[in-house]
Design a protein around this ligand. Sequence first.
Ligand code: IMP
Ligand code: MG
Length: 190
Amino acid sequence: MLPEIITPEITAPKIEPLFTAEAIHERVKELADEITADYQNEEPVLVGVLKGSFIFLADLARETNLHALQIDFMGVESYKKGTKSSRQPIITKDLSIDISDHHVLLVEDIVDTGYSLQTLMKILSVRSAKSIKTCALLSKPDRREVEVPIDFLGFTIPDEFVVGYGLDFNQKYRELPYIGILPKELQGQT
Ligand code: IMP
Ligand code: MG
């Protein structure tokens, strides 16, 4: 007789959707239409800000109707651990393509204090791009400490820590297909 295999009971954390997968996809399509209209006859470079924007960028790029899109990534980390911003974002990956004479669209998951986007824009502003615009899926205006322009915005949200659809808490929950507010009882866990 085979020994009984005991599988530990895995209980999924209760993260209620703030935006369902369907609501996100509807909004992403609308944003993609706005972007397509804005860059008619141009060949923009979409720059995804790692890691949080990887799912958003993938969906957004497929919904646009632009020709000769280029895609690249920048890495920036502002959260050492948990839900507080360090206010000193660190660049962990630079572009691998030359953006001079190109229109650049920075694609962020969420703008919180604004320091990450401000840092990225400062770095890119000296590289002779034709233009630099920003697109963010989410914005928490109540938390803003530095003003940053958001040209294309998905949703404005209250001052809550959210996860899913690429956004993490201590590198977890990025895979959730929806966006939900991280329950307080999970915020202490690392
Ligand atoms: P900022 O520099 O404070 O604007 O922070 C921007 C970055 O912090 C975002 O690109 C996210 O990676 C992360 N972040 C801010 N708020 C949240 C949140 O509610 N959930 C997950 N990540 C967040
Ligand atoms: Mg980010």
